[in-house]
Design a protein around this ligand. Structure first.
Ligand code: MG
Length: 417
């Protein structure tokens, strides 16, 4: 048996932990640059606010119903996610962290009758220790556990999917596009052939599925039948690339501003590489104008640079990123977005060294150790490279950002008596 623990309306729930005034009220969280709705409380859903809806389009609805609005605060959500996962780890040994707010668990060894008790124990402990409400879905395959979690969310928070007449009834009401692994395109295709519910997919013809949906589609069908095709992935394979890209708060032509933003995105990539104990041998820099503003002229370009000795040192990566940026930057355009991708990722311990001497490389390695130790102690970005600048003119629009309650000493909640 597999369980899926899924945090309810995760970003909204994180905001509510530290802001009790927002409980039992409509709350939404916006995407980067305060663009679209990416998380909604149940109350907000009831008002008819849709996922991915641009915030400006429903401004009136928000004001009229006093909906609490937050910019996305990834420092907070990342840290809360860690707390949720660590809490679950005190109860279960084998887990696969699937996303920021979802984790698969291996439930083998638990008798059916104790499964439900156990699920409630997870739910209660996570809520008590972190303040985040979760739903627990259990099934004989990961696909069924996913479905069970969706049902759990709408009911008491726990649902166990067991094969019975009732289970077919559930699958009969379950839309095909909501099945794990069925993307929007596949859903469109399946519906054309009459497979519009999970039950129809479960009872579909194997040969047809294999022909048109390939082995991956057939696996989904088997999983719906309760035959596990996907195991728990307890160790995560190394990422193939890391991308940091953002839209600027305001469009800009200024090279210095764009360079500063690029240096900061690079610093983020470098920090992630070091956390993974990995190095990159390729770096891509890209620059874009605003594609909604045809009238302002369009120019998009990207440059890939090969790094002679794979590295995770912020200063080295910034050097290459800015060299790349200089090659693609063209004056006379208003730019909207820039980004950095590091790839060719391999483990820190298996680096090919240079024939031309590795002194600089070794020095940077030591430098980064001290750099990370100081920032770990004093706060993110306390120590930074000059290229990263200070005034952050390129910064995202985040007008409704909540404090970093859990990751910044200055932002810790104070209680006055
Ligand atoms: Mg969720």
């Amino acid at each position: 048996m597999f369980a899926l623990v899924d945090c309810n309306n995760f970003y909204v729930s994180c905001e509510r932990v530290f802001n009790p005034a927002c409980r039992n009220k409509p709350v939404v969280v916006l995407s980067n640059n305060d663009g679209c709705i990416i998380s909604r409380s149940e109350e907000a859903k009831k008002l008819g606010i849709k996922m991915a809806e641009p915030a400006f389009k429903i401004k009136e609805l928000i004001e009229k119903n006093k909906v609490a609005v937050f910019s996305s605060n990834y420092a907070l959500y990342g840290n809360m996610s860690e707390r949720v996962m660590n809490t679950i780890a005190t109860l279960v040994k084998d887990m696969e962290i699937y996303s920021i707010d979802e984790v698969f668990l291996d439930m083998k060894g638990y008798a059916n009758e104790s499964l439900s008790d156990f699920a409630y124990r997870i739910r209660n402990r996570v809520f008590q220790w972190t303040g985040v409400p979760v739903s627990v879905g259990i099934g004989s395959t990961k696909t069924l556990a996913k479905i069970a979690a969706k049902i759990a969310k709408k009911n008491t928070g726990v649902f166990i999917f067991t094969e019975s007449e009732k289970s077919d009834e559930i699958l009969n009401k379950y839309p095909v596009e909501d099945i794990w692994g069925v993307g929007r395109q596949y859903a469109h295709f399946l519906k054309k052939f009459g497979y519009d519910t999970a039950l129809k997919l479960k009872n579909s013809d194997d040969a047809f599925m294999k022909k048109y949906m390939k082995i991956v589609g057939l696996r989904t069908v088997y999983e719906l039948r309760g035959i596990p095709c996907y195991k728990l992935q307890t160790h995560v394979p190394m990422k193939e690339n890391i991308c940091t890209a953002r839209s600027f708060g305001k469009m800009t032509e200024d090279f210095e501003t764009i360079a500063e933003a690029t240096a900061n995105y690079t610093a983020t990539c470098a920090r992630k590489l070091r956390k993974m104990k990995a190095c990159a041998s390729l770096i891509t820099i890209f620059l874009q104008t605003n594609y909604f503003r045809e009238d302002l002229g369009q120019y998009n370009n990207a440059k890939v640079l090969h790094i002679p000795v794979a590295t995770n040192a912020t200063n080295e990566l910034i050097f290459y990123a800015l060299s790349g940026l200089r090659l693609i930057y063209k004056k006379g355009y208003l730019y909207k977005k820039a980004g950095v991708i590091v790839s060719g990722i391999s483990s820190e311990n298996e680096q090919q060294l240079s024939l031309m001497g590795n002194e600089a490389h070794k020095t940077n390695e030591k430098l980064m150790k001290v750099f990370d130790a100081i920032n770990e102690k004093m706060g993110k970005d306390k120590l930074r490279f000059a290229a990263q600048g200070f005034d952050r003119k390129w910064k995202l629009r985040q007008e409704k950002l909540s404090p970093n309650y859990t990751t910044k000493w200055e932002d810790i909640l104070k209680i006055s008596l």
